[in-house]
Ligand binder design. Structure first.
Ligand code: SAH
Length: 409
């Protein structure tokens, strides 16, 4: 408790909704590649083949670099021990580096969730989250009940960011308040996963790792980089596409493209409202692609055998959480092979909504389940470390701005 108070005062972080930052346990590792270096991380087989060809090296060297980047998850050229020293030197002399994003700081929640701030080579930071035992809902197999086991964890979920900031402007989301800074490259997306796997000392496929694109940003407004990252994560890092879920605010044309991808994660759609009027207020993107268009693309989405769509629904007290709203959701998803993940709002600074009481959440779930719609309540994870989308980065920004104001005043 004393430690947590000390951390709060160091960062000047106010307690939000009764939760305080529990522990900051690591800081400021330097990024492994300078901004001017050309990153190898993010290159696929074809691009590595072309690169190795430029260096007049035998083609099997490309496979060695691929293995080093994605299976061994090296952080420096020197660690690629399969390459001759001369080639490593030449790569370095010609400006190449790994480009691995580095863990800048790390926050450990009381519930086991670890939230990382990861620094890209240009110094911008993104949030990546490690959740032992999954995120309480992505599997959809009932395991979210969360029975305790003797092992440290049976499965874990890594939550990655796809952009720095976000342009979608959902009213309950802290990432929206950051504004849109830039897209992440495929290498920066894969690099988040590599950094966390290294830090947690785990390795798929031996360890069962799920991956969700549910961090900062809208993956479908950075479509090509996200899809390239998915392929590298499957082929290189060894996480099967069936263990990945990508979440979108509802970029309808990209949902259509996603359905045609030969390698694709499962799809989650952030519904968050039960009618157009409410959804437009909460998620302005609904003006462009309304519920009719969204549900139409959902209905034609080519699901694999036994696959289900996920609809996410953030419950906001007295806004979208009544039994009547739940009945509207039932009508929207009727006939779809889908489940609904319910999550009570994770509050944050500048968010004008409240978190519903748990009996409200249970009543909402009951309406869905009674109507035959599978619905799961996702346990809020890492609330004490601001683990909702964009919360940590935004909270640190707000507190830094406040402390600057205090200094100026
Ligand atoms: N842009 C994508 C992915 C990032 S957000 C999307 O919209 O789906 C991932 C999920 O977190 C979304 O379902 C979003 O609705 C939810 N979310 C955002 N802010 C939240 C908050 N403060 N509390 C709970 N869930 C939140």
């Amino acid at each position: 408790m004393a430690r947590s108070a000390e951390i709060c005062s160091r960062w000047n972080i106010k307690k939000i909704g009764g939760f305080a930052l529990s522990d900051r346990i690591e800081t400021n590792q330097a990024p492994m590649t300078g901004p001017s270096q050309k990153p190898l991380l993010g290159l696929n087989h074809n691009e590595l083949d072309a690169l190795i060809d430029e260096f007049h090296e035998p083609s099997y060297r490309a496979q060695q670099v691929f293995e080093a980047l994605y299976r061994q998850r090296v952080e420096s050229l020197e660690q690629i021990s399969t390459l001759p020293a001369s080639l490593r030197r030449e790569l370095s002399e010609r400006g190449y580096g790994i480009g691995a994003p580095a863990i800048e700081s790390k926050f450990q929640s009381l519930d086991g969730t670890v939230r990382y701030l990861i620094a890209c080579t240009d110094g911008q930071t993104v949030e990546t989250v490690w959740m032992p035992e999954g995120d309480g809902g992505e599997a959809g197999d009932g395991s979210e009940a969360g029975e305790e086991t003797s092992r440290r964890w049976d499965r874990a979920t890594v939550c990655v960011s796809s952009q720095i900031g976000c342009a979608v402007d959902c009213q309950f989301c802290l990432t929206a308040q950051l504004g849109m800074k830039r897209n992440l490259s495929a290498g920066e997306i894969v690099g988040q996963v590599c950094a966390v796997l290294r830090d947690q000392n785990v390795s798929p496929p031996r360890d069962r790792i799920n991956l969700v694109f549910m961090g900062m940003g809208e993956p479908f407004l950075n479509y090509d980089n996200c899809m390239k990252a998915v392929r590298l994560l499957v082929e290189g890092v060894g996480i099967p596409e069936s263990r990945m879920t990508l979440s979108t605010a509802g970029i309808v044309p990209r949902i259509h493209d996603f359905g045609a991808e030969p390698v694709r994660p499962k799809l989650a759609i952030s519904l968050n409202a039960s009618n157009d009027e409410m959804r437009t207020q909460l998620m302005p993107i609904n003006k462009k692609w309304n519920l009719a268009l969204l549900l139409e693309v959902a209905r034609t989405f080519p699901l694999r055998p036994r696959e289900r769509l996920t609809f996410e629904y953030v419950l906001l007290a007295d806004i979208n959480d009544s039994p009547e709203h739940a009945r509207q959701v039932v009508e929207l998803v009727r006939g779809l092979r889908a489940k609904v993940n319910l999550i009570a709002l994770n509050p944050g600074p500048g968010i004008a909504f409240g978190t519903p009481q748990s009996d409200r959440v249970l009543a909402f779930q009951k309406v869905l389940v009674s109507a035959g719609v599978p619905a799961f309540i996702r346990r809020p994870r890492g609330r004490d470390i601001y683990a909702a989308c964009g919360q940590l980065k935004r909270t640190l920004e707000v507190s830094a701005a406040e402390s600057r104001m205090v200094q100026l005043g």
